[in-house]
Design a protein around this ligand. Sequence first.
Ligand code: DCP
Length: 647
Amino acid sequence: MPVARPEPSDARVISHVDMDCFYVQVEQRKQPELRGLPTAVVQYNSWQGGGLIAVSYEARKYGVKRSMRGDEAKKVCPQIHLVQVPVARGKADLNLYRNAGSEVVSILSRKGRCERASIDEVYLDLTDAAETMLSENPPEMLEAVDDEVLKSHVLGLDEDEGKEVENVREWFCRSSAEHRDKLLACGAIIVADLRMQVFKETQFTCSAGIAHNKMLAKLASGMNKPAQQTVVPLSSVEGLLASLPIKKMKQLGGKLGNSLQSDLGVNTVSDLLQFPEEKLQERYGINTGTWLWNISRGISGDEVEGRILPKSHGCGKNFPGPQALRKITSVQRWLNDLCEELSERLQSDLVQNKRVAHTLTLHARAYKSNDSDSQRKFPSKSCPLRYGTAKIQEDALKLFNSALRDFLGSHRSETLGNQNNGWGVTALSVSASKILAAPPGTGSILRFFHSCEPSSSSSKQNFSEIIQDSAPLSPSGSLSSSGLNQAEPQKRSTAEETQINCGTSTLNQDEQKRESSNYKGRCSILGFLKGSKPSCSSSKHEGAEIAQEALPVPPSGIDYCTEHNPGLPLKRSPEEENIVSQPSSDHSQQRREMWTYRVDEIDPSVIDELPPEIQEEVRGWLRPLKRANPVKRGSSITNYYLPSRKK
Ligand code: DCP
């Protein structure tokens, strides 16, 4: 449900920064010889070369798309380099990408409040930094404007052929500009500098939108990719939104957007503009009505949340078709692996960020092959989270058994066991949520791991015991998600603190500052790319064409693949199709059953890590009967708002 928040001021400076073909860049940094070459990252899978989940801009020029299988990509671009997603414990291991995303966040968060919106995108509130720049060092006083700034795209600017750079320079340096435009100009200079820092320190390029609110910044960031930024002055908002299809707006991809289309005949934002606020309130309620009225005018009060760490951790794995798990022992084996990974991530979150998760949740999808009620949802179960791999594994199995009993019905509890009694598990995930700062003084993090108690034999064990004691799992199997009592705090010694801090620090701030001060100058990211790899596209025209290709609508018969990439559309192998069909005899019905997964059956923490529009797509794919117009990621703006300025 959207929330109508009054815009605090139209002079805020908000940026949305999105990494370019992120997983590809991470892999190219690992293998620099791939830089500038057509490259794609593939989810491991033996069928037809696996599914593509990230495609370099060089490969996109050949028509390679994210929906393709590896073999298909090879056909359209024989020279493409396919890199496999790392695999650990039999499933995709995204730590490499997560950590790379964290590196970027640590740089982008230097100038203002930063919200990590997904694995590869952030929002920044740069209002204070822009105000400071405007009062101390306004753009009109700058002796030279950086090339990266001059490459900005300013919406609504006169686009005289050959004069683009001059026009942009003039816009940035106008002394007569309104205060809010001057602030935006300062914000854009700051963002260009941050993007340069990101490039310098991580070798990754990113694109950005700079506007007065999150919604507009997000719309703009995808308009000119890769490695470019787009500014949205207030005077250009109407032009930006006018022809925007309503379903492309955030939160209008689903039911509400459908209703606007079918009930009110609203297809574009300008159609929506025709409706008075009262009319929209009458139809959709006060809050939603006002929200609709606001967004059609580019008004959005959403604040940038100061959050750079994930809200939850999740590990999941799909077992499609023949891989469905049919024995408790198989479930247990996989749960052990998933819990081991979850435990590792919890421990590093604890050490690095001093955060403790409080709730463990198990989600699964399952079928009952001999049951007419085979679409019945496999219930998710939660319990207080106890630290320590063995404890998590033990609790996850209890949660699974409890859920399976509910799923099969109490009279069927005798069917639990190792023989195949007609149930199969097609997806399993465990997640840790309610992550809070370890209460101050609650004992040192080290106490959790390296107890000071002489009697303790194992530090990890000690930590897990503390949690266990305070948060026992009900022996009756009645599982709840209530919070847990923290263990009695113990004082941390300075030495311990220091040690912890050393352990946490992934970036040396002093070194970074030194590096960045060495990196003043007029070079631009695109300049770097051009200089080093002639094959890398840097033209605006190419960027726009490229952006239209990303993530097309999945054709029917395509399954999604989770393992942290639930958005990945994968065609099912014929083998998988057969087995998946077992629960029902009617083929069309079988396919429908496969497709009518409820979103809440998928581990939300897994989905939440993906870019929001990918999440929308995933939800569309999971409920295909409702997916009237799945969002075409990346194409959104360029499709209907092609900048008229030519390079
Ligand atoms: N991702 C995934 N499965 C999907 C979509 C994306 O695993 N179905 C991963 C791989 C991407 C990363 O998330 O590199 C970020 O997704 P984006 O949608 O931001 O796309 P890219 O960064 O790859 O490309 P672009 O430059 O178009 O943003």
